[in-house]
Design a protein around this ligand. Sequence first.
Ligand code: FUB
Length: 338
Amino acid sequence: MIGALSAHAQKKTPISQPLVSHIYTADPSAHVFNGKIYIYPSHDIESGVAQDDEGGHFDMKDYRILSMDKIGGKVTDHGVALDIKDVPWAGRQMWAPDAAYKNGTYYLYFPVKDKEDIFRIGVATSKKPEGPFKAEPTPIKGSYSMDPTVFQDTDGSYYLYFGGIWGGQLQRWKGNTYLGKTANPKKGEVARLPRMAKLAPDMKSFAEEVKEIKIVDSNGKLLTEDQNDKRFFEAAWVHKYKGKYYFSYSTGDSHNICYAIGDNPYGPFTYKGIVLEPVEGWTNHHSIVEFKGKGSVPRWYLFYHDVQLSGKTHLRNVKVTELKYNPDGTIQTIDAYK
Ligand code: FUB
C-alpha cells in the first residue's frame, strides 16, 4: 500500500470516534473472549522511515491489545503483548494480526518480514487473551505474505486466511512458489487470489497445502485485475451469518471493504458488494463480530480504522460502528462519515 488520503473521506464528519487516542492503532481484529471484546490491532508508530510504494513507512515494532466490556464502554490498553525483538526470526514490520482461542490457549497470528525481507506469518501463544504472548521459534511452515485472519467454524475447525498484494508481496508468489519480484496482473487478467488453509490441531501449522480462494461475480467468473473496485487486495476477514460464509477484504488502491458469500470455508465466494466505503487515509481494514448490544441484545459490529487523530496515513486509529444485514443476508453499506 502507499500513502495519500482518499478523496472520498475528506472534510466529512465521522460517525464514530477513535477507541483510544494515547497510541495509534490500526487493522482491528475483534473477538469475543470471556464475554468481553478483545481487539488485536496493529500498533502504528512514527519510526521515521520514508513513505514508499511497498509500505515501508508502516514500520511497526510491537502489538498491544485492547479490550472493553461493552460497546461504548471504557477501553483498556493491556500494554505490549509481543515485541519484535522477542521474535527470533523477525526482521521488520509487524503488520495486521489476528487471534484465536482453543483449549485454554490463546493464539496470536502475526505477519512480519523475516531476515530476508520476505513476509511470513508467525504464531505466538498465551494463557490470557491480552498476552503477553510467546512466539514460536519459526514462522508457520508454508506461510507467506501477510494479513492473517483465523476463522473458527461451528464444527470446531479453524482456518487461516491470508495474503495481500503490493507491500504484502503476494504478487511474488505463484501458487505456493516464491518467484521473487514480479509484475501485477494486467488489465483483464484474473486478479491475485487470497490464500487459506485449515489449521492443524496444534494451531501452529497447516493441516493441508495452502489453497487459493476464488472470488467470482454473479456469473461465476473470477474477478479480474481491472475490477480494482471489487477485487481482493489485502485485509481478509471471515465470519458466518445464517449458515453462510462471508469473506470480506480491502480492495486496496480503490479503498473499499467488499464482501463475497460462499457455502463453505473454502469458497468459491460470490461478490456481493461494499461493506465500508473508503475511509480517511489510504488503507482500509476491518473485522466483523457479533456481540451484546444495549440490553444484551446480540448485534453485529464493524471494527475499522481511519486517520482522524493524525491526518497521516501510517498513524491510524481504530473505531467501531454497528453493522446491519438486509433480510436477504446482504450487508448494508456503511459510510463512516456523514
Ligand atoms: O498495517 C499495515 C498494513 O496496512 C496492513 O497489514 C494492511 O492491511 C493495511 O491496513
